[in-house]
Design a protein around this ligand. Structure first.
Ligand SMILES: NC(=O)c1ccc[n+]([C@@H]2O[C@H](COP(=O)([O-])OP(=O)(O)OC[C@H]3O[C@@H](n4cnc5c(N)ncnc54)[C@H](O)[C@@H]3O)[C@@H](O)[C@H]2O)c1
Length: 255
């Protein structure tokens, strides 16, 4: 199996509609042991129930705005495993008012918060997990969106956060490459998840994609799961610093 004997941490999962859960299912299907975390107990109950049938490790809650929380999370994981083969980063957040009033009106606090949760947390998690990941080498994956490459209406500060996230992936790839740790992003098309509900014109983004994308359809969270499994596997051993689009080809098309 593609991910046999690998342990991969998904930080974090919000519930059954989340991309993180689709990735977890794909990892499990391919033989990995999945370690998982959730933001807080609001999500904990549902997430723990989802994982009951899988070979998994509950690493508890973690608020990624706290370095202490992140370090404790990795400490708890380190008490259960000797090495970590993969880390998937999913957190993203921006205040509602910073996704609907025009980018020019983004507040200083809102900008900092969006970049902290949606981008810096990748750096902090990667650093904390490094001692476990350098044991056998591994794969880091972040989730992005085309709003990090092009200006997308109402995506605003989240687009800036995704640009920074994709850039962080390239810098992590350079720092961690000598330790045989690869870092890549998946730029996914719109999917109906909890985070998507926070976007004012999500339906336009979702429906609009079908007309323009070469495949003439939307993508599913399980397609992102499959790509994440590939990126964590030896099949992708030569790929790092990459932003891989899973968007039915939407990014490739002009007017
Ligand atoms: N849904 C889409 O259309 C889409 C498209 C492209 C990329 N993405 C990206 O995929 C990733 C997963 O999003 P999703 O759509 O599955 O929705 P989601 O709501 O499941 O994921 C967002 C996650 O961020 C977490 N989070 C927010 N603030 C946090 C904090 N302070 N500490 C810890 N965790 C925190 C939430 O708990 C949640 O698990 C995000 O990075 C998102 O930007 C989503």
């Amino acid at each position: 199996m593609l991910l046999q004997d690998k342990t991969i941490l998904i930080a974090n999962i919000s519930g059954k509609r989340s991309t993180g859960w689709a990735i977890a299912q794909s990892f499990a299907q391919h033989g990995a042991k999945v370690a998982y975390t959730y933001q807080n107990e609001r999500f904990g109950n549902e997430v723990r129930k989802l994982f009951e049938p899988l070979d998994s490790i509950d690493v508890g809650e973690c608020d990624v705005t706290s370095d202490e929380d992140i370090d404790k999370l990795i400490e708890r994981l380190g008490n259960k495993v000797d090495a970590l083969d993969g880390l998937v980063h999913t957190p993203a957040f921006a205040k509602e008012e910073d996704l609907s009033n025009g980018f020019i009106n983004t507040s200083r606090d809102g900008f900092k918060l969006a970049l902290d949760i949606s981008c810096y947390s990748l750096v902090a998690l990667s650093r904390s997990a490094l001692p476990l990941m350098e044991v056998r080498g591994g794969s880091i994956i972040a989730l992005s969106y085309i709003g990090g490459e092009k200006a997308v209406k109402n995506y605003d500060v989240m687009g800036v956060a995704k640009s920074a996230l994709e850039s962080s992936i390239r810098y992590l790839a350079v720092d961690l490459g000598p330790k045989n740790i690869r870092a890549n992003a998946i730029s996914a098309g719109p999917m109906r998840t909890l985070a998507a509900r926070g976007l004012k014109n999500f339906s336009d983004m979702y429906e609009g994609m079908k007309d323009k994308a070469p495949l003439k359809r939307n993508i599913t969270t399980s397609e992102v799961g499959g790509t994440a499994a590939f990126l964590c596997s030896e099949l992708a051993s030569g790929i790092t610093g990459e932003v891989l689009h899973v968007d039915a080809g939407y990014h490739a098309v002009g007017v």
